[in-house]
Structure formats: structure tokens, C-alpha cells
Ligand binder design. Structure first.
Ligand code: BGC
Length: 831
């Protein structure tokens, strides 16, 4: 198999060289280079001038990389001449997924476009970016080779390593104990710059910064371009604050909705998480800030996050469910760092787990960056360095002196030290730290441009869970008074607690947002009603304790034409280090909802929370969610959250967000969950579990309404042909209402004939958020390569079995609008 692939590559080089030669002198290939790695083949087509095109054929996705001396402005153009992607960085990566549909053109710096053809996982390039020129003599660089910005990174690393003594090397491998807990040591002798970390999952935690909605809200936008843009903003603000490494994205899989960090991650679905992670890494690294997908791996719950005996997981589940989340940001996104989690996996802490770090991450995935420990997650000297933990943070504890001693005693070979240092130096060179990278001005922090991205993200993240009788949007002209009630109406939850906390110079809460929106035209009355309160079991409904506050709220409800009831959770209930024990509303919020909606039937429930909520009280045998006509999921929506909520309530923005996780009716509907982590990992989770068990959720994965309606038609499935190894699925979506709106079109697959009987009934394999004007129709296209269909069999082969695959296109996982199928005729083995 490997030999065949090798042969293909050689034939390909031969054809390319021939092809490029006969096409004209200016297209002559000056230099071709072929490198065979374990999982990666690289071919460099060096042209005259400084730009060359390097094509990496990685196992599952092809990556096209352009590197040039000058700034590159490039666009990917499809056959019809449409620009489908634009890049303006010096180095660009285009994943195989972008190129898979066949022929594209790549225009660089207004030069003649280069034609790119993808055939059976190989890319053919035709055409040159620049005319062939006489190679100019390079000006001689004065100084040590590692300081020469014209040399390849690896050469610079070699040179620098050769100049370092052991102590200097070891100093690279841990945080500086004298500093702030986020910075590594500076080397005066060789002038080696420091790594300067900062947490930044939804804004930079370093003084005031643009405060974005929490990451679960990023997920509910289902908009990868927007996530990339937001991460770009965050990256710029990192740079403005002098930080060069971002401790994000947090891509913990939501295994149970009570997990304390559910708000800080994106989804319960591995595929969706991997897409969000890639977008985030691309955005952050576009600003030359080192991205750190975290927490590797199986970091599911907070109460026992330090537990070494925690996760017991079989290899198949690890590879099916958890590894794909990290694969995409590492392999396609080329993240320069990754954070080892606190917990153990199969009895060994992640930060000294050789299987997890060295075998899977470094050897198998070909990760070239460095592994940083979560803060305090390094538990040993010898086994950690050998397993592949490169950087101990926040300070020197197990590394430093102890590591030096271990080398001197012959317990750790210097090659381990060199490898770890090499990885860290590589990232430093990539980030331009040795080359005096231009600083970003502080004025970008919380600039109007940056805040407008936070506002757009907040609007796009809001999910209209329910809208009976089209209560929403409100008509400003038919209302005289609004009651804004609830413990979350007047709070902004700027930080949300834990390491992802962000502070901004201001934040617009829901009450402010409503007042700003209606001005003097509508009377706005406010009552807090009650506090968020503390957690309690569903069987215990506490007494109403603060009757004055409570009574004020009921008075406001009676006097108002419409009530906006803002309830939910806070950082005291859900946060890093603190799982929720129950899913129900804390405190007396349920009583407040019940009494308010009993007095005013025009009540709009706005949820401000980072994870699902359930109810136990009833009104006339209806649950509170059933009794309430309209419900908005606003999450913790960031510094412009109140503006976004008001825009949605009054119809200035048509909501289009969708749930990135299942809302159960009750905690008893969830898979078993032992808080000691010894859970059955094969049992399934999220919508896969609900589908398999036939349980009706409160609101399903992918659910979200709009003020308009969308019609789905004309499902086309173009089956796989051996040459391009991809399936194309197309569907037409039409806005049949009278308001512009967004729809998230979702593609699910069912592998009907799989030989194992544990396959999910449906699995998300594609999604696309589109905006349509009234009566507008758009064709949405999805490409499925074998990797999207493959699974791990009992022997851990990653393969696609022949048989029937059902295709489901829906507006949510439980609102499937069109169905079809295709067959795979031969087994496809991927690895
Ligand atoms: C968290 C990480 C965070 C680190 C540094 C840890 O407690 O788990 O996500 O990056 O602290 O603040």
C-alpha cells in the first residue's frame, strides 16, 4: 500500500515536472524536492523569485502552503471565477477539504493564477506565480545563523541548539518561578525570547479586552468563518498586550451537560468541535500567536479533574470520539502547542502518558509543536520528559534542577531534552519572536471594530428555542410598557469565572439593552425578583425567601404589557473546578417563572446560562417551558449581549443560532454519570445517545427557530467515483417567509450496514450557515471524503465498509427535511 502510494507520488512528480516544462519556459520547475515522512509527503515546486509552493500530502487531508518573502495576498478561485477564500498572511494553509471538489485557481499577489487540480488525493499545480529570474545573490547575513530570518526554521533551531549548554536548554522547559505564572525564562546570553502565555477562550484575560460571548455561544453560531474572525481579533489583542501564546481553544467534549466547563467549550459533537477548533486555531495563528488546543485528552468533568484514576476508556472509543477533536486543529490547523489535561487516562496522568503524548500525538499525528502541561498538571520529572511533556507550567517544579540532575545521573538522555527544546524553539521562530515582529498597537483593544465582532457573534449565537403564536418579535408600536424581571436581567457576567474570565471596560446587560432600544417610547419597569440562588435537588423546592423582592416582581408582571424574564445560572453555579450537581434552576427561580407567567401570559423567557436547564414545577399540568410562549437562549453573551438580545426581541435581527448540545427534559434521561469519572465511555452521549435510546429531548441538538421559514428541496447525491474519492451532496434551501434570515443546514449520515452494531443512528458530518432574503434560494453543497464515513473496527483499523449510507438533511437533528442514500461498493482502508 505504502509502496503504491510512493510510486504514485513519483509518477506524479514526473508528470508535474514534464507538464510544467512543456507548458513554457516561465513555468519551468527550478527545484523539486521530495521528502518521505511517516505520514506526510512534501513536494516543493520552487519557482524563480521567492515564492514557492509546497504541497503536503498528509494521510487524510492535503495541505497547500505558500511561503514568500513578501506579504502574500492570495485568493482561491473556483472554476466559475468566484473567489471562495481569501488570505493575506505570509504563510497560508488550505486544507484538502477546501480543494477537494476538483479544479481551483490560486491567485497570488495579482500574478497569473495557478491552476490546482486535485486527483485522488494528489494535487497537480500548473503555472508559475512569478517569472523565472536569475537568482540574485543573497546579501550576506552578519551574525549567528539562528538570528538570520532568511534561513528555514529547522536550520535556525539546529544552530541555536548547538550553541546552548544543558542548563540553558533545561531553562527553556518550564515557567519562570520569579515571574507571573504565565511566562518562561529569558536567556540573556543567546537572547532567546520568552513564551508569554495568556488565557483567551473568549477574550484576552490580561487587563481589559474585548469580551466575547462564552465559547458555547461561539458553538451555537455554527459559523466557522465568524469563529475564525473572532479568534483573529483575540489574537490581535494578545499581540497588543505583548502575549505570544494563547491558551485556547478549549475543546473539551461535552460528555454530561452538568460539566462545569460546558460554557467554555463548543459542542457535544466531535465533528463540530473539530471544525470550531480548526477555525479558532486558524484565526489566532493568523496573528502569529501560538494556539493551544486544550485539554488533551478526555477532560470531561471538573469536580475530579485532578484524578489520575479518572478516565478508563477503550482505545476504540478514544479514537472514535476524542481524538478526532484534536486531529483537525493539529494536522490541518498546525497548532503550535497543545495542553496536556489534569486528569489521567487509563491510570496514567495525561502529562506523563506516553501512549497519549508520544505515540499518538507526536508519532502518529505528526505534531511538530510542543506539549505544555495544564497549570500544575506535571507530576513527575523522568516519566514526563520521556513521555513527551515539553513545557512545565506555571513554574519550575518537576523540571529545572530535578531534570538537570536526572540527565547528569544518566536517567534521562539528552535527546529528550533536545527534542523538547527543539519543539519550543520552532514555535518561537514561527511566531517571529527572534525577528523583532512588529508590535500591535494597544488601541486595537476594545476598538469599535473589535467590539462589533463581539456584537455580531452575540446576535448570531442567540437561539430562538420557542415562539408560540409568533409572540416574537415584539412590535414596539403596540406596547406601552415592558417589565424586565429576573436575577440575570441586570448582571453582565463579564468574566464567567475560572481561567477564561475576561474583563471589559463596560458591558451592556439585558435591562440596558432594552432601555437603549426603546428609549422613552415605552415604559420599562425592572424588578430583580430573586437572586440566582444556590443549587438544590429537584425533589426539594425551596421556600420563597425574599418576599419583598419577589412581590415587586409580581407587581411589575401585572402592570406590564409584556414581560421579559431573564433567568439562568452564574459562575457560582457552573465554573472551572465546579460541576453542577443538578440541571434544574437554582434558588427560587422556578417559582418566579411560575408566578410571573401566571400573571402575564405575554412573558418571554430569556436564558442566560452556559449549560442546559430543566424544570420541575408545573402550571395546569404543563411544564414551565411548555407554559411559556417564547424562549430565547442567550448564553452569557459578552459585552454587547444586551444589545444583541434587544435586537432579537424587537426583530432588528432575525435569530438563527442553533443548539450545539441536547437539552434533556430531565437529568434522569442522561447516560449514567459517576462523578468519580469511572463512566462507561462506550455508552454514547448527546444526541447519539438520545436517538439510540429513543428518548425525546426537551430541545434537540441543532434546534433553533427563526422569524422566517425555510423550505428544503432538490436533494442531489453524487456518489463516489474512484478518481476523486468524494461524495457530493447538494440541497436547495429557500426562504419562504417575508423576513431575511439565517438557516443552519445540517447533514447527518447513518452507516446502515456497518459490521459493528454500535454505530449512531445519525452523525453530523457537515453544516453550513446561510443568509437568505425573502424568496431567495441557495444551493448548499457538502463534500464527503472517505474520512467522513470511516470508523474504527474492533482491530482499530480506520476504514469504510462497503454498504448503504443514509443521508439526512435537516434543520435540526430531530427535524430532518430530506433523505437519500448512496452505496460504497468497495472497502476503503484509511489507516
Ligand atoms: C486551566 C487551563 C488554563 C490554566 C491557566 C488551568 O487551571 O485548566 O485551562 O489555561 O489554568 O490559567
Amino acid at each position: 500500500m505504502k509502496a503504491l502510494n510512493l510510486a504514485k507520488v513519483f509518477i506524479y512528480i514526473f508528470i508535474s515536472v514534464l507538464f510544467l516544462n512543456i507548458k513554457g519556459k516561465e513555468r519551468k520547475v527550478i527545484n523539486t524536492k521530495f521528502k518521505e515522512g511517516k505520514t506526510q509527503h512534501t513536494l516543493n515546486l520552487k519557482k524563480g523569485g521567492d515564492i514557492f509552493c509546497s504541497i503536503s500530502i498528509v494521510n487524510e487531508s492535503s495541505i497547500l502552503k505558500l511561503v514568500g518573502e513578501e506579504k502574500i495576498f492570495a485568493s482561491l478561485i473556483d472554476n466559475a471565477g468566484r473567489k471562495i477564500k481569501q488570505f493575506n498572511s505570509k504563510e497560508i494553509l488550505i486544507s484538502g477539504e477546501d480543494l477537494l471538489s476538483g479544479k481551483y485557481f490560486l491567485a497570488v499577489n495579482n500574478e497569473k493564477p495557478i491552476k490546482i487540480t486535485v486527483i485522488d488525493h494528489f494535487i497537480l499545480c500548473d503555472g508559475a506565480f512569478v517569472e523565472e529570474e536569475e537568482e540574485e545573490e543573497e546579501e550576506e547575513f552578519e551574525g549567528p545563523a539562528y538570528k538570520n530570518p532568511n534561513l528555514p526554521i529547522e536550520e535556525r533551531v539546529d544552530d541555536l541548539l548547538s550553541r546552548m549548554i544543558l542548563q540553558e536548554k533545561i531553562d527553556q522547559l518550564s515557567g519562570d518561578p520569579e515571574l507571573d505564572g504565565f511566562t518562561t525564562k529569558y536567556n540573556d546570553n543567546l537572547e532567546i525570547p520568552q513564551i508569554k502565555c495568556v488565557d483567551c477562550p473568549h477574550g484576552v484575560r490580561w487587563g481589559n479586552a474585548t469580551f466575547f460571548p462564552v465559547p458555547i455561544a461561539f458553538g451555537s453560531t455554527w459559523d466557522v468563518d465568524l469563529v475564525e474572525e473572532a479568534a483573529g481579533v483575540i489574537g490581535r489583542e494578545c499581540r497588543a498586550k505583548g502575549r505570544n501564546m494563547g491558551l485556547a481553544p478549549c475543546i473539551n467534549l461535552i460528555r454530561d451537560p452538568r460539566g462545569g466547563r460546558v460554557f467554555e467549550t463548543y459542542s457535544e459533537d466531535s465533528y463540530m468541535l473539530s471544525q470550531m477548533a480548526l477555525a479558532y486555531v486558524n484565526g489566532l495563528q493568523s496573528q502569529k500567536v501560538i494556539a493551544t488546543p486544550k485539554h488533551y485528552i478526555c477532560n470531561n468533568s471538573e469536580d475530579v479533574r485532578w484524578n489520575e484514576a479518572a478516565v478508563q476508556i477503550d482505545e476504540r472509543t478514544l479514537r472514535e470520539v476524542y481524538l478526532p477533536i484534536f486531529r483537525r486543529p493539529i494536522v490541518t490547523g498546525q497548532a503550535w502547542s497543545i495542553m496536556g489535561a489534569y486528569n489521567g487516562v487509563n491510570g496514567e496522568y495525561c502529562c506523563y502518558n506516553e501512549w497519549i503524548l508520544r505515540e499518538i500525538l507526536k508519532e502518529e499525528l505528526g505534531f511538530e509543536g510542543f506539549v505544555v502541561s495544564d497549570w500544575g498538571a506535571c507530576h513527575s520529572t523522568i516519566s514526563s520528559i520521556k513521555a513527551g511533556l515539553d513545557l512545565e507550567m506555571p513554574r519550575t517544579n518537576y523540571y529545572g534542577e530535578a531534570l538537570l540532575q536526572a540527565v547528569e545521573d544518566g536517567d534521562v538522555a539528552v535527546v529528550y531534552i533536545d527534542e523538547a527544546v527543539r519543539r519550543i524553539l520552532r514555535a518561537k521562530f514561527w511566531a517571529g519572536l527572534f525577528d523583532g515582529i512588529e508590535p500591535v498597537d494597544e488601541s486595537v483593544v476594545e476598538s469599535p471594530e473589535h467590539i462589533s465582532v463581539a456584537l455580531e457573534l452575540a446576535k448570531k449565537s442567540i437561539v430562538l428555542l420557542k415562539n408560540e403564536g409568533s409572540v416574537l418579535p415584539l412590535d414596539e408600536h403596540s406596547i406601552d410598557s415592558i417589565g424586565v424581571i429576573g436575577p440575570n436581567a441586570n448582571t453582565d457576567f463579564r468574566g464567567q469565572g475560572g481561567s477564561s474570565a475576561v474583563t471589559s471596560s463596560y458591558a451592556v446587560n439585558v435591562l440596558d439593552g432594552i432601555i437603549n432600544k426603546v428609549g422613552d417610547s415605552i415604559e420599562v419597569m425592572y424588578a430583580e425578583g430573586c437572586e440566582i440562588g444556590t443549587e438544590h435537588a429537584p425533589s426539594y423546592i425551596p421556600e420563597i425567601t425574599d418576599s419583598v423582592k419577589f412581590q415587586q416582581a409580581l407587581d411589575v408582571a401585572e402592570k406590564s404589557d409584556v414581560v421579559i424574564l431573564v433567568v439562568g445560572l452564574s459562575g457560582a453555579i457552573e465554573s472551572e473546578g465546579n460541576d453542577r450537581a443538578y440541571l434544574i434552576f437554582p434558588g427560587v427561580q422556578e417559582q418566579l417563572i411560575k408566578e410571573v407567567i401566571s400573571r402575564n401570559s405575554n412573558a418571554i423567557l430569556v436564558l442566560k446560562n452556559g449549560s442546559p436547564l430543566t424544570t420541575v414545577l408545573e402550571i395546569d399540568t404543563m411544564s414551565l417551558f411548555e407554559a411559556c410562549p417564547a424562549i430565547l437562549e442567550a448564553w452569557y453573551p459578552g459585552q454587547e449581549g444586551g444589545t444583541a438580545v434587544a435586537d432579537v426581541i424587537f426583530g432588528d435581527y432575525n435569530p438563527g443560532g442553533k443548539l450545539p448540545l441536547t437539552f434533556p427534559k430531565s437529568a434522569s434521561d442522561l447516560p449514567t454519570w459517576d462523578f468519580d469519572y469511572t463512566n462507561d465511555y462506550t455508552e454514547g452521549r448527546g444526541y447519539r445517545y438520545f436517538d439510540k435510546q429513543g428518548i425525546e429531548p426537551l430541545f434537540p441538538f441543532g434546534h433553533g427557530l427563526s422569524y422566517t421559514e425555510f423550505e428544503y428541496s432538490n436533494l442531489q447525491i453524487i456518489p463516489m467515483v474512484s478518481l476523486n474519492r468524494q461524495i457530493t451532496v447538494r440541497v436547495d434551501v429557500t426562504n419562504v417567509g417575508d423576513m431575511e434570515g439565517d438557516e443552519v443546514v445540517q447533514l447527518y449520515i447513518y452507516d446502515v450496514e456497518r459490521s459493528t452494531d454500535d454505530q449512531p443512528i445519525k452523525e453530523l458530518k457537515g453544516f453550513s450557515r446561510i443568509t437568505l432574503a425573502p424568496a431567495e434560494r441557495q444551493t448548499v453543497e457538502f463534500k464527503l471524503t472517505p474520512e467522513y464515513l470511516a470508523f474504527h473496527d474492533e482491530q482499530i483499523n480506520f476504514l469504510v465498509e462497503p454498504g448503504r449510507f443514509d443521508v439526512m438533511i435537516g434543520s435540526s437533528s430531530r427535524d430532518i427535511r430530506l433523505e437519500g442514500f448512496f452505496y460504497i461498493t468497495e472497502e476503503i482502508r484509511i489507516r
